[in-house]
Design a binder for this molecule. Structure first.
Ligand SMILES: Cc1cc2nc3c(=O)[nH]c(=O)nc-3n(C[C@H](O)[C@H](O)[C@H](O)COP(=O)(O)OP(=O)(O)OC[C@H]3O[C@@H](n4cnc5c(N)ncnc54)[C@H](O)[C@@H]3O)c2cc1C
Length: 290
């Protein structure tokens, strides 16, 4: 189903994000988790694209295998890092041959060791240019783009970041998926700002259930999302993996329930190739329209 049709149904569109594992064992775990997650009737899975295209072939292979094994729609993430426009076109051709349904179109982060994004000669500088390329030359793909409730770290200001999102939507994005956040008020403020800026495509909150204090600190330090002090204090109460997992699930359950109650058009879970936390959260909440 194309993305616009999907989001105009009265379902709360559910998507799960995977990343390419490095080993065969990791791949087997991923497929097991995907099987477990399908009981929640997700609408699609997405697979990330590693720095500088390092996972190019694996991203496509995973998306294809999830599609074929579970008869479900899939999205490949794609970034501009380290690619010429010809390279991006070639990837999009391969994605089409592999029956990928949607593209998450991104500029990408600088590769490890580099401080800032460097545009390749003959490449693209911003995600809106990639969206434009896909929309004009590969119109069969649904297109998702990234949005930042707490503002992208390189943006000159919140307003400049919002105007960038407007450019991505004007270039042809069908929906926005947000960076992870742990305070729903950040999402609601962002959604209202998007509406004020004239963005009418669905804004889908992205949630990453915290599995441990160490993990969530590492991830939020990379993407500069705020961790509420009360949540950290609760995670810190016991240096025990089971306690921290339970607290992480409890927090994400509250976030998810509030988002469902607010009528969000969808929820995107960064599942990190695991099913247990997301499955618990989805078992805990009510009113998710499937
Ligand atoms: C849902 C989601 C999935 C992701 N998946 C991946 C992945 O698979 N692989 C990966 O490497 N990374 C991924 N990322 C991270 C993403 O690549 C980084 O956040 C990256 O730094 C920005 O990408 P973008 O597409 O948002 O960039 P852009 O939208 O191009 O924005 C980048 C920066 O430039 C600014 N900007 C944009 N246009 C202009 C302009 N015309 N003039 C001046 N400034 C401008 C923006 O405000 C922003 O600060 C993901 C992020 C999200 C939220």
């Amino acid at each position: 189903m194309n993305l616009r049709q999907l989001f105009s149904s009265d379902r709360c569109v559910l998507s799960f994000e995977l990343f390419p594992p490095k080993s065969e064992a990791g791949m087997a775990d991923l497929m097991k988790s995907v099987g477990e997650l399908t009981v929640h009737q997700p609408d699609f899975f997405t697979c990330t694209y590693g720095a500088g295209g390092s996972t190019r072939d694996r991203t496509l292979a995973i998306a294809r295998s999830v599609r074929e094994s579970f008869k479900i729609s899939v999205a490949s993430h794609l970034t501009c890092v380290g690619s010429t426009t010809a390279g991006l076109r070639n990837y999009l051709r391969c994605a089409r041959e592999n029956q990928i349904d949607y593209i998450v179109a991104l500029r990408g982060d600088p590769p490890r060791g580099a401080n800032s994004f460097q545009v390749v000669a003959g490449g693209l500088r911003y995600a809106n240019e990639l969206v434009g390329l896909i929309r004009s030359e590969y119109p069969e793909f649904g297109i998702l783009v990234a949005g930042y409730p707490e503002v992208h770290q390189e943006a000159a200001s919140a307003e400049a970041d919002l105007q960038n999102l407007v450019r991505k939507v004007d270039a042809g994005a069908d929906a926005v998926v947000t960076q992870l956040f742990y305070q729903n008020e950040d999402f609601f403020r962002f959604r209202d700002d998007c509406i004020r800026a004239g963005i009418t495509v669905p804004i889908v909150p992205g949630l990453l259930p915290a599995l441990s204090l160490k993990q969530v600190r590492r991830i939020t330090s990379l993407c500069k999302s705020n961790l509420p002090a009360a949540f950290v204090a609760k995670l810190q109460q016991h240096d025990d993996p089971e306690w921290q997992f339970r607290v992480g699930v409890e927090h994400a359950t509250l976030q998810t329930q509030e988002l469902i109650d607010a009528g969000v058009p969808g929820i995107h879970f960064y599942v990190l190739n695991k099913s247990h936390a997301t499955s618990r959260i989805l078992a805990n909440v009510s009113g998710l329209k499937r």
